[in-house]
Design a binder for this molecule. Structure first.
Ligand code: FES
Length: 114
């Protein structure tokens, strides 16, 4: 059965089968999520944010509970571990380098106003 996964803030959507990892769904949708451990729950680079009440994904794995701890309550998950079980929205954090560039451009735009 296919489920729709929407990646925010880009708004890109994809349809994937039950059991697909969110990381695999992101790749299918053309969304870049950084990884370094090939999905072994050790690099913590593939974090995403979801609504904790969202029934569209599996419960946290033991590895996620060990690695994320209290972050799970804030809706942080590891996209390499969380598997799609229904329609869901996923927020992908902004790339840190892009965030720095964006903030500099925003500051420059504010300075240009004065
Ligand atoms: S890819 Fe490394 S923790 Fe998910």
């Amino acid at each position: 059965m296919n489920h729709e996964v929407v990646f925010l803030p880009a708004g890109k959507k994809t349809a994937v089968r039950t059991g697909t990892t969110v990381l695999e769904a992101a790749r299918k949708a053309g969304i870049y999520i950084p990884t370094r451990c090939a999905g072994k729950a050790s690099c913590l680079m593939c974090k995403i944010t979801v609504n904790p009440a969202d029934a569209g994904m599996t419960l946290p794995t033991a590895a996620e509970e060990r690695k994320l701890g209290p972050l799970l309550e804030k809706g942080i998950r590891l996209s390499c571990q969380a598997r799609v079980t229904g329609n869901m929205n996923v927020t992908v954090p902004e790339d840190p380098f892009k965030a720095v560039v964006r903030r500099q451009l925003e500051r420059q735009a504010e300075d240009d106003l004065w």
